[in-house]
Design a protein around this ligand. Structure first.
Ligand SMILES: Cc1cc2nc3c(=O)[nH]c(=O)nc-3n(C[C@H](O)[C@H](O)[C@H](O)COP(=O)(O)OP(=O)(O)OC[C@H]3O[C@@H](n4cnc5c(N)ncnc54)[C@H](O)[C@@H]3O)c2cc1C
Length: 383
């Protein structure tokens, strides 16, 4: 029966994006999917792509529709760009109209370092795509490789069989549905429902160390990345899709403006104008969006257990000041795809494979977590 469903999927689902044949419709009770991925953005969509490419039956579910916006700025640092390049996605990214960034300027209290990003001594471009463009591209690639997507489907519970997570319960446009799988991946962001439902232990929580506001500007002359640190504020400008520049302001939590849009917008504008170099860069530009605000806890969770695993922000999230989360989510997807392949194919026990993913994640990402906390904390301290 499982083989029949797999054949059905490979022949039908790859063509029909919305094919939603359920376990019950086929009269099956066993796991119809190898992997069920909750959340289809920077961690979940590449994972869906990589596992489908290896022939696994993958369903991605997301409470949002693909290509909707989310609260995040956009700079993909060099390791993330390298990952996109390895997946063959950079040409498609450029086709969305996302400009390559070939120069950078870091201004630290007036001491300025400029140049092009370099990798191994050679010039390296980076990108800052709008999430509407990046996330849509990642989902489209996953679907093209055979993963299925169930949009506007919110996971609300887990199916647990003999102490192992064996699927999810949720509801979408077609009403409540149970979906069974051998493994459930929580790639559902920093407020992860999967992490909450499995009671994933929090290993470290440094709290909120900084806050941010960002908006989109039209008409700046900026073609590169500009990062300016002044006192207790960090300001970044990145060119993005649509000939826009995204301008982000990071500041200590205690400097947060009074509640309400008017005070928030005024604080954003005055903080940018206070820095002459930034004011100059924005002199002939217009703010074309309402500034959006965020305050992200710096926390990491234990990431695996029987039948479940966490990736991306669900596993650990941190202040945007280091612009690290997208690259880390890509890296999690790559390592987890490898581990799940080993665990699902039987070359390793599944639990052993997930423990290996967890150890690799810690080894690769703890330094960035610590560095981000240090940077955000430093903005919060008077110095
Ligand atoms: C203000 C701000 C600025 C940032 N700037 C940068 C930057 O410049 N560079 C950078 O690298 N990183 C940045 N980040 C971090 C980056 O946004 C995240 O690290 C990245 O989005 C993590 O990807 P993810 O796939 O793990 O989670 P997410 O992008 O959060 O995606 C999770 C998905 O899961 C879905 N979901 C959640 N719960 C459920 C549920 N119950 N059922 C179904 N679906 C569910 C959500 O709808 C969402 O689509 C920033 C973050 C913020 C807040």
């Amino acid at each position: 029966m499982v083989r029949e469903l797999r054949e059905h999927r490979s022949q039908h689902c790859r063509r029909e994006r919305k094919c939603l044949v359920s376990v019950n419709q086929l009269g099956m009770e066993d796991h119809p999917y190898d992997v069920l991925v909750v959340g289809a953005r920077c961690a979940g969509a590449p994972l869906g792509m990589l596992l489908s490419q290896r022939g696994y039956a993958v369903e991605m579910v997301d409470q949002n529709a693909a290509g909707t916006d989310t609260v995040s700025t956009h700079w993909i640092r060099w390791p993330g760009v390298q990952q996109l390049r390895a997946w063959g996605l950079v040409p498609a990214l450029e086709k969305t109209g996302c400009p390559p960034i070939a120069s950078a300027s870091l201004d630290f209290e007036g001491r300025v370092v400029t140049g092009g990003p370099k990798a191994g001594g050679t010039e390296a471009v980076t990108y800052a795509p709008r999430r509407t463009a990046l996330d849509a591209l990642l989902v489209a690639e996953a679907i093209a490789k055979g993963a299925r997507l169930r949009e506007r489907f919110a996971v609300t519970g887990l199916i647990v069989v003999d102490g192992r997570v064996a699927g999810v319960r949720g509801a979408g446009p077609d009403g409540p549905v149970d979906l069974h799988a051998r493994v459930v991946v929580g790639a559902d962001g920093r407020n992860s429902t999967v992490a909450r439902l499995v009671k994933a232990p929090v290993l470290e929580d440094r709290g909120i160390l900084a806050r941010s506001l960002y908006g989109y500007w039209r008409g700046t002359a900026e073609r590169g990345v500009r990062v300016v640190f002044r006192g207790r504020r960090g300001i970044s400008l990145w060119p993005t899709n649509g000939d826009l520049t995204v301008v982000s302001l990071v500041f200590p939590p205690e400097e947060a403006p009074a509640p309400g849009r008017t005070a928030r917008d005024a604080f954003y504008m005055s903080s940018l104008r206070e820095v002459p170099e930034v004011g100059q860069a924005l002199a002939s530009a217009d703010l074309v969006s309402q500034p959006r605000s965020a305050a992200v806890r710096n926390a990491r969770r234990h990431v695996h257990g029987p039948g479940w695993v966490l990736a991306g922000d669900a596993g650990h999230h941190k202040d945007p000041v280091s612009a690290q989360g997208i690259s880390d989510a890509f890296a999690d997807a790559a390592v987890l795809a490898y581990a799940l392949d080993a665990g699902l194919s039987g070359s390793l026990g599944l639990d052993e494979a997930l423990a290996g993913y967890s150890a690799t994640r810690d080894a690769q990402r703890l330094a960035a977590f610590a560095y981000t906390c240090q940077q955000a904390d430093w903005l919060g301290e008077s110095h």
